[in-house]
Write a protein that binds this ligand. Structure first.
Ligand code: HEM
Length: 427
């Protein structure tokens, strides 16, 4: 028997969640406790859990019984292809994960520190001053550039220009309902109808792929070793097609999530002057602030597995064919794991201890492979912004959470007014 959940028709449950995601889940949690079932229109039921213990039981299915790849495949495959660590499972997933892990380890990404600083400084210098700006979009501009230059390693000005123009459109199209929600069996027919968004998406994708394959071919010929992630993937034994899919995967998994987390960091900091005051030069405190932001405003709200075997969870026997996963914002508000969870207290992360209830990057074997890069980017970019600019929020009310693709985004995209710092904190 599935755990309890709302009896509304699935279309109504879907609409409720889209309109008021945070409110809907708070209500369900209060009513049903730490495990409940939600039904989205057109999908198998999804069992959500809200404690670290139950989440760990779900993550344990990565060793057998749960498929993280299958849970994401339908809506991600048009964009990332058939050879992506996001959508594969089993042996194929293991092989890809082994290729991607080494270049994204903490020690490797530490080498990107100065280049991320330069990219952030270049971009910040172009921001308009004295007028309201949407920080989320500006953050996305920085994180996209990090992927193009440090992950893809593209230096050629002409290719850089083409990618900068094409990628934002590809991502927007790929994440739109008309592409991501198009059932796999209809894709071939949709591709043949040039007026449909899917066919336009395919054209864009072909444009991006041409650049990526050109770069892969060029690099296979050039013997010199680069420090970017692509250079390391070329030596990993993956084929060109597999490498193309993984490059797009890192882009899709890595840039919007990081930009949204950064947007939340500024949204929170501008409303917490006593925290902002201690930034950015106290390094351990900055690191703790980043972690506390990701606790109170995790960008990705769930990490589901599609069960391919029954699972005993929280006293229920969940059948195969159902999704199960943590609802991350609620796990992060469990008062047992995080005392006074409503308070913003970076100090809880200052002792360096791991808290297993902190899961903005998911868990189990499918734990985010880019977590170290994301954390580094966040620290560097926050520091660069605060060194150069004074930010204020034109509307002091907190920004509510809005659902965009797979992330919770600040509803006003973190609206701020930037002014040049009167005292240069870099000196
Ligand atoms: C703050 C930024 C980020 C957040 C919040 C985030 C969050 C997540 C989450 C929740 C998962 C799912 C884990 C699970 O199912 O248990 C995940 C997976 C993944 N992330 Fe991230 N991520 C971020 C940045 C990045 C970056 C920068 C990259 C790479 C450049 C990246 C690459 C990936 C990949 C490839 C996976 C799939 C791993 C697998 O299935 O084996 N992520 N991420």
């Amino acid at each position: 028997m599935l755990p309890p959940g709302p009896r509304l028709p699935s279309a109504a449950q879907t609409a409720w969640f889209m309109l008021d995601p945070a409110g809907a889940f708070d209500r369900l949690h209060r009513r049903y406790g730490p495990i409940f079932t939600v039904r989205y229109f057109g999908f198998p039921p999804e069992v959500y859990v809200t404690t670290a213990e139950l989440a760990e039981e779900v993550f344990r299915t990565d060793q057998g019984g749960g498929l993280a790849g299958a849970a994401r495949r339908d809506f991600l495959e048009p964009l990332v292809g058939a050879h992506s660590v996001l959508t594969l499972d089993g042996d194929a997933w293991s092989r890809h994960r082994k290729a991607l892990t080494p270049p994204l380890r903490a020690r490797q990404v530490a080498g990107y520190h100065d280049e991320i600083t330069d990219i952030a400084a270049e971009k910040i210098a172009t921001w308009p001053l004295g007028v309201p700006i949407a920080l989320r979009d500006l953050m996305q501009d920085i994180t996209l550039e990090v992927i193009i230059r440090l992950v893809f390693g593209i230096r050629d000005a002409e290719r850089l220009g083409r990618l900068r123009a094409l990628l934002p459109r590809l991502i927007k199209f790929g994440g739109s309902m008309s592409v991501a929600m198009l059932p796999a069996r209809l894709r071939e027919r949709a591709a043949a109808a040039p007026f449909l968004p899917y066919a336009r998406f395919l054209k864009l994708r072909a444009g991006v792929d041409a650049i990526l394959y050109e770069e892969i071919a060029r690099r296979r010929q050039d013997e010199t070793d680069g420090t970017d992630v692509l250079s390391r993937l070329l030596a990993s034994g993956l084929t060109d097609e597999e490498i193309r899919d993984e490059l797009v995967t890192l882009l899709i998994a890595g840039h919007e999530t990081t930009a949204t987390s950064l947007a939340w960091a500024f949204e929170r900091l501008l409303r917490l002057p006593h925290v902002l005051e201690r930034l950015p030069d106290d390094e351990p405190y900055l690191d703790a602030v980043v972690k506390e932001v990701m606790r109170v405003r995790p960008a990705v709200y769930e990490a589901p597995r599609l069960l391919d075997a029954p699972l005993r969870l929280g006293g229920h026997e969940i059948p195969a064919g159902v999704y199960a996963g943590p609802f991350i914002p609620l796990v992060h508000h469990d008062p047992v794991a995080f005392p006074s969870p409503g308070e913003f207290r970076p100090e809880r992360f200052l002792d360096g201890q791991q808290n297993r209830a902190w899961m903005p990057f998911g868990g189990g074997r499918r734990f985010c492979v880019g977590a170290q890069l994301a954390l580094l980017e966040m620290r560097v970019i926050i520091r660069e912004v605060l060194h150069r600019l004074d930010l204020t929020a034109p509307d002091p009310a907190p920004e509510p959470r809005r659902l965009t693709n797979v992330t919770f985004t600040p509803a006003r995209l973190t609206r701020v007014i930037a002014r040049a710092r009167s005292l240069d904190r870099t000196s």
